[in-house]
Ligand binder design. Structure first.
Ligand SMILES: O=c1ccn([C@@H]2O[C@H](COP(=O)(O)O)[C@@H](O)[C@H]2O)c(=O)[nH]1
Length: 235
């Protein structure tokens, strides 16, 4: 995977998407993330249109269902020609393998199979919520390692985690696996709903394979300028 900055296009409005993209650079060099908000509004048509324009798309729909349903959904996702996509690691090893098989079976011959990334614990979850609401007896670092182990064994290409966990994951799981990290903030002033955060510079030091950045770019006065500064800091 390219050591990229994925811009999370969390908009409900295609015009805003086009306005932002027009200022980011050549599509072939631009990595963008389409999440539930944009996908549920515009559907697969928007994804295929951006793929045709040359953008590298991370389709972040975080599948979590029984294995057969996830297999069929992953097969459809592969038809779209995206670069990577997500499932929840908590869906279990059978579901993760089903997703991988769906992506393989849905990819046209000669095309690259989308990379499968398993969400460990969302970056909005604190250690307290992990123990008091999820009733998990492991610490956050242990739980993230455990989910990453399951994901790797089941055939995922990598995980979504906090940059804070990457150093430990590289030690415990290895560097032949992807560590894609949202939870990126430029300062400590505004975390929004993110809890396990780091700056792009720290994410680079910790060894993130790629970072995902939404609001720090999309809500900036000059989104393109911030995007290029983050790229320079991380890549
Ligand atoms: O654990 C996770 C998994 C996915 N995300 C997604 O990343 C972006 C982050 O956006 P910000 O505006 O930079 O907070 C968003 O689309 C999430 O759905 C995540 O944050 N944490």
């Amino acid at each position: 995977m390219k050591k990229a900055v994925f811009v999370a296009l969390d908009y409900d409005n295609q015009k805003e998407v086009q306005k932002l993209l027009a200022n980011l650079g050549r599509p072939e060099e631009t990595y963008i993330k389409i999440g539930m908000e944009l996908y549920y509004h515009y559907g697969a048509g928007l994804v295929t249109s951006l793929v045709k324009q040359g953008y590298h798309i991370f389709l972040d729909l975080k599948l979590h269902d029984i294995p057969n349903t996830v297999y069929q959904a992953a097969r459809q996702i592969a038809h779209l020609g995206v670069y990577c996509t997500t499932i929840h690691a908590l869906g279990g090893s059978e579901m993760i393998t089903a997703a991988k098989n769906g992506l393989k079976d849905g990819t046209a011959q000669g095309s690259e199979v989308p990379k499968l990334l398993a969400v460990t614990e969302l970056t909005s979850i604190t250690a307290k919520v992990l123990s008091t609401e999820q009733n998990c007896s492991l610490s956050m670092p242990e739980q993230v390692v455990s989910l990453a182990q399951t994901a790797k064994k089941a055939g995922a290409d990598g995980v979504i985690c906090s940059p804070l966990e990457v150093k430990n994951l590289r030690k415990k799981i290895g560097s032949d696996f992807l560590y894609v990290t949202p939870g990126i903030r430029l300062t400590n002033k505004s975390n929004d709903d993110q809890k396990r955060i780091a700056t792009p510079q720290k994410a680079k030091e910790f060894g993130s394979s790629a970072i995902v950045v939404g609001r720090p770019i999309t809500q900036a006065k000059n989104p393109a300028q911030i995007y290029h500064e983050i790229k320079k800091e991380f890549e």
